[in-house]
Design a protein around this ligand. Structure first.
Ligand code: HEM
Ligand code: NAG
Ligand code: NAG
Ligand code: NAG
Length: 329
């Protein structure tokens, strides 16, 4: 029994070393000489895209999260499936990853290939796009060190167990984040991303219809009852129309602010995993802190996003610089 345990311990400390080693290759001015217009092209692309499609910011933030938590921030989520490989983006949990996020990365890549062919990775584009879009929505600025290389593997089978689902218990969600080195406080801060964007009815339908734990009112009693009524009406047709969706933050859906945390104790959190943050004693104190002080939230969110953006990056001889973001070279 002792041997496998030792082996596990040494393997996990080894992978921690590799990760911090990789990060040493990253730098803020990575493209200064090889692609001077990098920042300008990113800014122009994301501004145009966000103005024409205001859902892009939330979509891109979620895409970065899904990319990074499955085999590191290596653009593996952007790869299209082929007859020989079902890629990460076609895992069932990705069903609703919206096209706008893929599109903004492809647009930036196309523009960058014209100015500096073969230089900028898709993984760097996704990380910077998420940061720049977030600041456009009023969110905090944080550093995104550059020099990620694009991954060579993308498989739908690698997704399960690496991403949280709203039906998971708080312990399961905490475990997913901690297995990647993120603390409970960092998990709570990152969940503040749900201050923008929306969720499809099917993600919370079991909490509003025929809720078995509370047959008399039909909905999860942790909801504000009027909010639950509103959700039932908004989602009434979701079987016929699976695209029906609801804002994650009904108070200020298009502003990146701390309203998400103020909503939670009022029963206005949309997903079960959102409402759970204000009922679980392990997470409640952080919810209260961020609800009371937006500066505290922005600082914690910026630090956690900077950490998320470099999670499991590939540098040096690992990976490649893709020619197209949806295909390996
Ligand atoms: C803590 C556990 C989390 C769970 C269970 C969770 C689950 C979900 C679900 C089910 C949706 C709705 C997807 C849809 O119906 O289209 C969603 C949306 C979203 N999530 Fe999370 N999420 C979590 C954490 C995060 C984190 C850490 C981030 C980013 C840092 C994030 C960013 C987003 C964004 C921005 C949206 C809105 C997407 C859009 O409007 O296109 N989530 N999340
Ligand atoms: C709820 O349960 C009733 C009775 O079992 C059923 O007729 C109805 O279709 C269910 N509603 C939903 C939304 O599942
Ligand atoms: C909010 O938090 C910031 C950063 O910790 C602090 O400087 C500020 O005084 C706090 N504001 C209030 C109203 O407590
Ligand atoms: C955006 C995207 O690629 N979504 C895919 C997620 O996975 C489903 C299959 O489970 C595909 O149909 C979607 O196209």
């Amino acid at each position: 029994m002792a041997l496998p345990v030792l082996l596990l311990l040494s393997l996990s400390s080894l992978s921690l070393l590799t990760i911090s080693h990789s990060q040493q290759y990253l730098s803020l001015d990575y493209y200064q000489d090889s692609c001077p217009p990098f920042s300008q092209i990113m800014q122009d692309t994301i501004t145009n895209k966000q103005i024409t499609s205001p859902t892009t910011a939330a979509a891109t933030l979620r895409l970065l999260f899904h990319d990074s938590f499955v085999s590191g921030c290596d653009a593996s989520v952007l790869i299209s499936s082929t007859p020989f490989n079902t890629a990460e983006r076609d895992a069932d949990i990705n069903l609703s990853l919206p096209g706008d996020a893929f599109d903004v990365v492809v647009r930036a890549k196309t523009a960058l290939e014209l100015s500096c062919p073969g230089v900028v990775s898709c993984a760097d584009i996704l990380a910077v796009a998420a940061r720049d879009l977030l600041t456009m929505m009023g969110g905090p600025y944080y550093n995104v060190p550059l020099g990620r290389r694009d991954g060579l593997v993308s498989k739908s089978t690698l997704v399960e167990g690496n991403l949280p689902r709203p039906t998971m218990s708080m312990t399961q969600i905490i475990n997913i984040f901690s297995s990647k080195g993120f603390s409970i406080e960092e998990m709570v801060a990152l969940s503040g991303a749900h201050t923008i964007g929306f969720s499809h009815c099917k993600e919370f339908s079991t909490n509003i219809y025929n809720y078995t734990m509370n047959p008399s009112s039909m909905s999860d009693p942790s909801y504000n009852p009027r909010f639950a009524d509103g959700l039932r009406q908004a989602c009434a047709d979701y079987h016929q129309n699976p695209t029906l969706s609801v804002f994650n933050d009904i108070m200020t859906p298009n502003k990146f602010d701390n309203m998400y945390y103020q909503n939670l104790p009022r029963g206005l959190g949309l997903l079960a995993s959102d409402r759970g943050l204000s009922s679980d004693p392990r997470t409640r104190t952080f919810v209260e802190k961020y609800a009371a002080n937006q500066t505290e939230f922005f600082e914690a969110f910026g630090r956690a996003m900077e950490k998320l953006s470099v999670y499991g990056v590939k540098t040096g001889q690992n990976g490649e610089i893709r020619h197209r973001c949806d295909e390996f070279n």
